[in-house]
Design a protein around this ligand. Structure first.
Ligand code: PMP
Length: 450
């Protein structure tokens, strides 16, 4: 194992630490919600390669579709007319409301967001772009400017005309907000107002309005927003917050872009797309990760009007929409329907959140449980009164303990204080119970040592 880690260090620039640095996990096989390491140990995968394996590792139907295509044709480029590309684009667009009907296929989320930035600037003639604090929109030199967490930025990302504005995390925000979040589990940070007339909610919206007035130019190109923040730690906005942001952005001449890289393809359970939970229709939707169940794919879907301004120039992407990607993408859409993954997301996700909220009430170090469907965050704190983030060493201790008991989680949030749960959407209630028992035990172990 040590040799393997040395090999990795020698041949990869160390831009990313392995998450389990005490004892790295060497994965070699995956089936549905399960991963196996080189020693044959099995893990329940609750992170899905960062919300990417949507329908299951090596799902038999998706694998069969890829295999079939690999025998017929791998590559053409979009210089030729390749009918399956158009069929897939039409199929994907049928999942989106009018007038979102024009699809550009890319190979990743960063590429999709890069393209959306370009289109927004071409369409509006404006340059500046705003995103929410805590957002992650990509790691390419351009999208790094959209991503707000400094940990993901190199100094070169400065000066790209992007502003990261407010994100009212109702757990950390000044007003609490018990009624604000669209989640089966409410925050323990109560606000004293009545359901339906949440003053905290109004405060957040007023703060958003004031921030936009004071720190954003009068003309902007676009606003990018994740319907629920992924890397930021399942952060959800108060009711009508995204809707108000869309209104303010459009008043300033900008277009609204929903980054569905993590929230798309049924992950939030209640809807196929995260934006549908906010009563908005974006001008562009960007997607990746779950679109290909692990196959490198991404897409931008937009309106014919916006696409027309993009078509004034020449844009070329060698691999975007290659035949294998189209076969995989199309099969993923079929499997989502056939396997009922959106319903699994809703049922297992709601169960997990309800049970995790019980652990939150049991342990002082679990500050918050939130999310929708299988996009869940568990925010760890030193104690509930201070809400200070649980330090990285303590997070790692629990994280590694959970792994040693056979479950892989993700970590995120501004301080790395949030456990992220976003498994392949084929997990079962039994898997959920297995994880809950492991998590309970690991927090118990941690508390014992304090
Ligand atoms: N947007 C969001 C919301 C993401 O979570 C990510 C990846 N974590 C990206 C964009 C970038 O996607 P990729 O890594 O495929 O470039």
């Amino acid at each position: 194992e040590r040799m393997m880690e040395i090999r990795r260090q020698n041949c990869n620039p160390m831009t990313m630490k392995v998450t389990y640095y005490k004892k790295p996990v060497f994965i070699h096989k995956g089936r549905m919600q399960w991963l196996w390491d080189v020693d044959g140990r099995r893990y329940l995968d609750l992170f899905a390669g960062v919300a990417t394996v949507s329908v299951g590792h090596c799902h038999p139907k998706v694998t069969a579709a890829a295999e079939k295509q690999l025998k017929d044709l791998w590559h053409t480029t979009n210089i030729y007319v390749y009918p399956a590309l158009h069929e897939y684009c039409e199929k994907l667009a049928s999942y989106l409301p009018d007038p979102l009907k024009v699809v550009y296929l890319t190979n990743s989320g960063s590429e999709a967001n890069d393209l959306a930035m370009l289109m927004a600037r071409l369409y509006t003639g404006n340059y500046d772009i705003i995103t929410f604090r805590g957002s992650y929109h990509g790691g390419s030199p351009q999208t790094m400017g959209l991503t707000s967490n400094a940990a993901y930025k190199y100094p070169i990302a400065n000066g790209l005309g992007c502003t990261n504005t407010m994100c009212p995390d109702v757990f950390r925000g000044p007003w609490g907000g018990n009624h604000c979040r669209d989640s089966p589990i409410q925050t323990i940070r109560q606000c004293s107002c009545a359901e339906g007339q949440c003053m905290a909610n109004e405060q957040y919206i007023r703060q958003l309005q004031e921030t936009l007035v004071t720190s954003v130019p009068s003309r902007i190109a676009a606003f990018f927003g994740e319907p629920i923040q992924g890397v930021g730690g399942a952060v959800q906005y108060p009711k009508n917050y995204l809707k108000e942001a869309y209104k303010l952005v459009r008043e300033r001449g900008g277009v609204c872009i929903a980054d569905e890289v993590q929230t798309g393809f049924g992950r939030t359970g209640t809807h196929f797309w995260g934006f549908q939970g906010h009563d908005v229709i974006p001008d562009m939707v960007t997607m990746a990760k779950g679109i290909g169940n692990g196959f490198p794919m991404g897409a931008v879907v937009t309106t014919p009007e916006i696409a027309a301004s993009f078509a004034k120039g020449v844009h070329f992407n060698t691999f975007g929409g290659n035949p294998v990607a189209c076969a995989v993408g199309s099969s993923v859409l079929d499997v989502i329907k056939e396997d009922g993954t959106q319903k699994i997301s809703l049922d297992v996700g709601t169960y997990l959140m309800t049970e995790l909220a019980k652990l939150r009430d049991k342990y002082e170090v679990i500050g918050d449980v939130r999310g929708k469907g299988l996009q869940i965050g568990v925010e760890m704190v030193k104690d509930k009164a201070s809400r200070d983030p649980l330090p990285p060493e303590a997070m790692s201790e629990i994280f590694e303990d959970v792994k040693d008991m056979g479950v892989l989680l993700g970590k995120g949030g501004l301080y790395g204080q949030i456990f992220r749960i976003k498994p392949p959407m084929c997990i079962t209630m039994e898997d959920a119970d297995f994880f809950l028992a492991v998590f309970d035990k690991s927090i118990h172990n941690y508390m014992e040592k304090q």
